[in-house]
Design a protein around this ligand. Sequence first.
Ligand SMILES: [Zn+2]
Length: 151
Amino acid sequence: MPRRTEEQKEQRRIYEQTPQGKFLNIISNWKRPPKNGYGLICENREEIEGIYGLYISSERCEECNCLYTEDNKKCMDHCHESGKFRYILCHSCNTKRKKNNTSGIPNISKQQNGWEYKIQIKSKKHSKFSTDLEWLKEYKVEFEKNNLYIH
Ligand SMILES: [Zn+2]
């Protein structure tokens, strides 16, 4: 029923304008893993709320000190290898950083007969070996989705 869908879209649009809706919308983007690593990883709700607070109140890029504009928006910069938050930057500085990131796939390393995925979460170690790199990459994504992100 198209009318209902329109109604739902409108409700969603209104919800996204509320402080809670904005917060959830932005952090879900932050947590989504990029191709070459991790999305933002936080230990708990307080940590992500703290970063969000910094993001909301930031008026200038921490790197080049410019004011944010429509064409050069503010971005949350994090380490793709550890998932840790770094800075609030303008889009231009954030893009420059991404280009400098030449790392391969975090936590997967070549072994004699195949590949090994190793990760440590709060002092608990986990590892998985496979001869199939593609399979292991999928395993890694699934494992991290279930163990690293706040749902
Ligand atoms: Zn900048």
